[in-house]
Write a protein that binds this ligand. Structure first.
Ligand code: PEP
Ligand code: MN
Length: 272
């Protein structure tokens, strides 16, 4: 395949070995499989504490949860904001989990980095170049989600912005792309996993929750992602998905499904 390769630091030609990002002893990349789980949005201290307990008990290493939510419509719940960062941090510390949360604007990067171990750039912000440039000025690991209509080349160039700024701690996340199919919310592009790992040394994480938008498809696509070589998974899980504050309850696993999936995954690849 012909690829323009306008990126350099993200390229495997430039950096032949897999990048492994070590966060407080949790190694992301290489032969490790990292599991990130939690609600779409932080809703309350009690909610995130209980979900953190369940993520840890199931064998996950990272607690996910958005304090700032990039909603399609301006009247939808936008997240609890800065207080949510504090709630996430407390839950993560209490249960021995790393935390990941989304940052949407350059102005909020520092405060999010003070509270979370990993900063997520959402699909809608993959080409928010001011945000990417700001993330390049810190060392906090970044999980960069693929824009839902972005090519691999555009995706790797977005990663390049962060790397070029001086932050080498970038992981790529395939979260589904827009296709003509409407049964699923997005089409999880499984090919992206081996293709990105060939083109780049950066860890590749799969998001089967946003990648399908349907709870019953999360488990098979999580397993397929691991079989395709993903370095980790980010999965939505909620104790009461039907009453979740974002529309993502329909794709959130129940806690017992999440635990069952992790058990099955242990047979495919050890979670370390
Ligand atoms: C999320 O992780 O809840 C989210 C909003 O993801 P994406 O940016 O992939 O839609
Ligand atoms: Mn979500």
């Amino acid at each position: 395949i012909k690829i323009s390769k306008s990126y350099k630091l993200a390229s495997r030609d430039f950096h032949p070995e897999d990048t492994v990002i070590d966060i407080k002893g949790v190694r992301i990349g290489g032969d490790n499989l990292v599991i990130m789980g939690g609600p779409c949005a932080v809703e309350s201290a009690a909610q995130i504490d209980e979900i953190a307990r369940l993520v840890k008990a199931a064998g996950g290493q990272v607690l996910r949860g958005g304090a700032f939510k990039p909603r399609t419509g301006p009247y939808s719940f936008q997240g609890v904001g800065v207080e949510g960062l504090q709630m996430m941090r407390e839950a993560g510390e209490k249960h021995g989990l790393l935390t990941i949360t989304e940052v949407m604007t350059p102005e909020y990067v520092d405060i999010c980095a003070e509270h979370a171990d990993i900063l997520q750039v959402g699909t809608r912000n993959m080409q928010n170049f001011d945000l990417l440039r700001k993330l390049g000025t810190i060392q906090t690991p970044v999980l960069l989600k693929r824009g839902f209509s972005s090519t691999y080349d555009e995706f790797l160039n977005a990663a390049e912005y962060i790397l070029a700024g001086g932050n080498p701690n970038v992981m790529l996340c395939e979260r589904g792309i827009r296709t003509f199919e409407t049964y699923t919310r997005n089409t999880l592009d499984l090919s992206a996993i081996p293709v990105l790992q060939g083109l780049s040394h950066l860890p590749v994480i799969s998001d089967p929750s946003h990648g399908t938008g349907r709870r019953e498809l999360v488990e098979p696509m999580a397993k397929a992602s691991v079989a395709a070589g993903a370095n980790g998974l980010i999965i939505e899980m909620h104790t009461d998905p039907d009453n979740s504050m974002t529309g993502d309850g329909v794709q959130s696993l129940f806690p017992d499904q999440f635990a069952g999936l992790l058990k099955d995954l242990e047979r495919l690849a050890p979670i370390v």
